[in-house]
Design a protein around this ligand. Structure first.
Ligand code: 3PY
Ligand code: MG
Length: 256
């Protein structure tokens, strides 16, 4: 058992990740067993902490499902820790310049690509990888750095961000992107007139030989995003899963 996420995305598969904001380990494990292709633990806006990420990765990998962590803004040392804890990929929000991208990559990759410090004992343990050198030989290629593109500055610097060697992928945040797109007027993650720009991000990533991911605020957007070339698509916010499940149970029970 290794890092299947990188292989699946590079093979062009659509990987649907659940989005976990509720930091309770039992609940994370339940989401991981619910049929998603991956689970993302959100430390930026969700309730996840270093400790819940530690336990959450164990609960996710126990189901043989890839574990992804979104770190808070600028917390690149936490990106290294998430990999040490056993994450398959890290999503870093608000990568708005080539300097942000380089700083993120430095914490994600071992030399010569970056400056990640050695200590993946836990990652090796949860993956069952055969020792340190086997991990060292695979980690740079198989653990993925996703730089979030969610501002106009990021869009302006996109090609330079994509050219950073340790950046494997971009990940679009359509909520922040819509706020930027409308000059702060509106939150509208599925705004139609920004869809060409959103499609363009995936096209440019592919041209640069990089992967692309996006947060689907509405699961009905998934086929459209997949068509645009997005491989990793977040489409199951944990609170919404509970709410929709409750709605289905209650409407069946009440016969409405
Ligand atoms: C955004 O849409 O801005 C995100 O960061 C997704 O959570
Ligand atoms: Mg965002």
């Amino acid at each position: 058992y290794g890092y299947e996420l990188a292989g699946a995305l590079r093979a062009g598969q659509t990987v649907l990740t659940a989005w976990s904001a509720l930091p309770e380990t039992g609940f994370v494990g339940l989401v991981a067993g619910a049929g998603f292709d991956a689970v993302t633990l959100d430390m930026q806006h969700g309730g996840h902490t270093e400790q819940s990420v530690w336990h959450g990765i164990e609960a996710i990998t126990a189901q043989r499902v890839p574990a992804i962590v979104r770190v808070p803004v600028g917390r690149f040392e936490m990106a290294s820790r998430a990999l040490d804890f056993g994450a398959d990929a890290v999503i870093a929000p608000m990568i708005n310049s080539v300097d942000d991208a380089r700083a993120f990559a430095a914490f994600m990759k071992y030399p010569p690509l970056g400056e990640r410090s050695w200590g993946p004992t836990r990652a090796i343990g949860v993956r069952g990888i055969e020792g340190g050198n086997a991990y060292l030989g695979r980690a740079n290629a198989e653990t993925l750095a996703f730089a979030m593109i969610e501002t106009r500055a990021a869009l302006d610097s996109l090609d330079a961000i994509l050219a950073v060697e340790g950046i494997d992928a971009v990940f679009v945040g359509p909520a922040d992107f819509s706020i930027a797109w409308t000059g702060g007027e509106r939150l509208e993650p599925t705004l139609d007139d920004m869809m060409d720009a959103v499609a363009g991000i995936a096209t440019r990533a592919k041209k640069a030989g990089k992967l692309a991911g996006i947060f689907a605020a509405d699961p009905a957007m998934v086929p459209r995003y997949a068509q645009m070339g997005y491989g990793l698509i977040a489409a199951g916010f944990d609170a919404a899963i509970v709410r929709k499940g409750a709605d289905a149970v209650l409407s069946a029970a009440r016969g409405d």
